[in-house]
Design a protein around this ligand. Sequence first.
Ligand code: NAD
Length: 296
Amino acid sequence: MTAQIIDGKKIASEIRADLAKKVEQLPGELMPVLAVVLVGDNEASRIYVRNKQKAAAEVGIGCEVLEMNEGIGENALLATIEELNENPHVSGIIVQLPLPEHINPLKILSAIRPEKDVDGFNPYNAGLLACKEPETVVSATPKGILKLLQSTGIDLCGKHAVIIGRSNIVGRPTAMVLLNHDCTVSVTHSKTVDLPSIVRQADIVVAACGCPNLVKKDWLKEGAVVIDVGINRVEGKLCGDVDFEDAKEKASFITPVPGGVGPMTVAMLLENTYEAALKQQNSHGHHCHCGHCHHS
Ligand code: NAD
């Protein structure tokens, strides 16, 4: 079998186009604005932030990047978050990770007001997701993974999904999203014993461990759906956590790197920002233009 490629780049561009139309229909004063807090001088972070800025501009969402020195103290960073929380023009706030060692990320992420937490990393939103609360902000990467899986047309109900990685930003929330969609979920990690034998049981594999080309063809059940979240740079070239050329011979569907999960993450962040803007305007008594809400 040769796998069908799940074209995340194309699906993400369709989502952005759809979003651009919706944003265009909003009256000017409702324009969604995303605030991105970038601390220090991490090159990869700069690239990610630039991609988010570009994509936001394309759909008509405002994007303000606040650059902070590497040496900024926790309290000063918390004060910046508080200002953004209070700023009525800001619909969504994200803090680009990783933060410098001296800053506790959980403390910072917890300070983002849940309605503006468009990355869904505030433990309050993560907790709501774990409680299967439908109104939660779902973080962008797991949301994008779900859309990619749904794009294949497979029924998720009862499928065994094996997730490689248990981070707060990918592994854990993806496990929750797939559990909420009736998958049977196994979460594996760096201490898992005999990872290949567990991955071989999977109908769906989500690789998010940051290990270049780790998952091979002989780790896969025939026809498995493979979602590769990894972004690794090997000798200047990007690759995922799955050995793509090898795995595509046995998978039924597979995402490429680049062009799979990455662009979906950005599109979902923008969608979350748009939705956050609508909800905040509603809660301030403005009329919603989403077409779903009813006003008395
Ligand atoms: P992380 O370093 O926080 O977590 C990695 C996880 O993988 C840990 O839970 C660890 O236990 C597990 N792990 C490490 N080595 C392992 C091994 N040999 N076998 C099994 N499990 C192992 O990383 P993260 O932030 O979750 O990111 C994972 C990867 O996904 C990275 O390559 C990152 O760049 C990429 N990423 C991509 C996107 C995207 O939008 N495409 C978004 C976030 C992260």
